[in-house]
Design a binder for this molecule. Structure first.
Ligand code: ZN
Ligand code: ZN
Length: 448
């Protein structure tokens, strides 16, 4: 009799309870949440918002974080441009004493006209900061980040028996303009919600198969500096060059001389890029103008390399003007735009190794790959602070159908890159691996 009761109890009470307990994994929670997250993803995808204008998106994230039990603060962020409103959202999930881990998503879209042909493609047109109407698209996949971020919050809320401490969920505005993270820190992110012990971020990858995580140990994105150069000359008639100091000819020399920074002055082992992306001068065929304006992007990893390259740009620019006989009072103005600096992203090697081991266990040995660093930029770097004192990892989520990658490779074609009007992640597997990758990483760092 007793045995029969026990069997019955086992079948009707313990078995379902056990299977319920067994379900509590990042995988099963991701699978359970996917249908609802897919609806959220499509909603965000068809309602993209430009950097610094993430009003609707932020409200949606705040609502979703609140539903997971987070204590939510909205309207965070202080920009240099006082006209921009801070749409940062922070959700704090407390679960007793323990470490603090920051989990970040970005929220902004790009001024790109969508050409994916998807049924939920964006038709949004919005005014940019210059007052011009532009098409808007989630061409960088930040919509997939947000869906995975919400899924991670939902999963971790259900896995509270497996971790302790405080998770600070940060939905960051203005990643594409490189100033959103700084705006949040300037608004007291760490003073208000605590300085984290670890910071984690993720990004979809436009040439990595779905189901995969990619990660780089050490530097993964570059320092970015924007430099404005004004080459000043002495203008005059195009027919009397001897009575002028021609800033156009001096600019041409400067551009060529700048190439020697990377090719002759920099240690080839240290990555560096100096690109003159814009040059404007003059109005007419027969007028030698008074000045020429140039805009440069400068990419480096190490801070001493950065300091040296910037000093060399200043020296070479001014030296070319001296060689051309430009009077000292008309020396070029070299302006490194401090508020547009984006620091290099450094994936803490020890933390990266620790997370790679976790992901391999979760997804399989072959699903976690080492990716090459890039000279692109990501302001996720701000969260680890300039001295990298907060260990941080920003990892990649595969977003492309493996068959599509194989097909493009076979035909020798380039896949649509991030920011392309034709790029969109395959939503389900991208979001799913985003949730599993982020949830398992947080559990590793906060486990009981
Ligand atoms: Zn982007
Ligand atoms: Zn992006």
């Amino acid at each position: 009799m007793k045995i029969r009761y026990f069997v019955l109890a086992f079948m009707f009470v313990l078995l379902p309870a056990l299977s319920l307990f067994a379900q509590q994994t990042p995988q099963s929670l991701a699978d359970a949440e996917l249908p609802s997250l897919l609806a959220i993803y499509k909603d965000i995808h068809s309602h993209p918002e430009l950097s610094g204008h993430e009003e609707r998106t932020a409200a949606l994230i705040a609502k979703e974080l609140r539903a997971t039990g987070c204590q939510v603060t909205e309207h965070l962020g202080k920009y240099e441009n006082s006209k921009l409103k801070g749409y940062g959202v922070v959700g704090v999930m407390k679960n007793g004493d323990g470490p603090t881990v920051l989990v970040r998503t970005d929220m902004d879209a790009l001024p790109v006209e969508e050409e994916t042909g998807l049924p939920y493609a964006s038709k949004t047109v919005a005014q940019n900061d210059e007052g011009k109407d532009v098409h808007v698209m989630h061409a960088c996949g930040h919509d997939a980040h947000m869906a995975a971020f919400i899924g991670t919050a939902r999963a971790l809320a259900k896995l509270k028996n497996q971790w302790h401490g405080t998770i600070v969920f940060v939905a960051q505005p203005a990643e594409e303009t490189g100033n959103g993270a700084r705006a949040l820190l300037k608004d007291g992110l760490y003073e208000k919600f605590g300085k984290p012990n670890f910071a984690l971020g993720f990004h979809d990858k436009a040439d990595l198969e779905t189901g995969h995580i990619g990660v780089t140990e050490g530097y993964t994105y570059a320092n970015v500096d924007s430099v404005d150069i004004t080459v000043r000359g002495v203008g005059g008639h195009g027919a009397y060059p001897h009575k002028t100091k021609d800033p156009i000819v001096v600019s041409a020399e400067i551009i060529n001389a700048l190439q020697t920074i990377v090719s002759r002055e920099n240690n080839p082992i240290d990555p560096a890029v100096v690109t003159v992306g814009s040059i404007h001068g003059g109005t007419k065929h027969n007028i030698i103008p008074d000045e020429v304006k140039m805009q440069l992007t400068v990419r480096t990893y190490k801070s001493d390399v950065r300091d040296r390259v910037l000093a060399e740009i200043d020296r070479i620019t001014k030296g070319c003007a001296v060689a051309a006989g430009i009077p000292p009072e008309r020396a070029p103005i070299v302006d490194v735009l401090k508020d547009q600096f984006c620091p290099a992203t450094y994936n803490n090697p020890e933390l990266t190794k620790r997370l790679v081991a976790v992901w391999k266990k979760q997804l399989g040995e072959d699903q976690v790959v080492k990716t090459d660093p890039t000279m692109g930029a990501e302001d996720f770097s701000e969260y680890s602070l300039p001295d990298h004192s907060i260990p941080a990892v920003d990892f990649w989520i595969g977003a492309v159908d493996p068959e599509k990658i194989a097909e493009y490779k076979k035909e020798g074609k380039e896949l649509p890159s991030l920011h392309s009007s034709k790029f969109a992640p395959v939503p389900e597997p991208t979001i799913r691996v985003g949730i599993i990758g982020m949830t398992s990483a947080v559990l590793e760092l906060m486990k009981r």
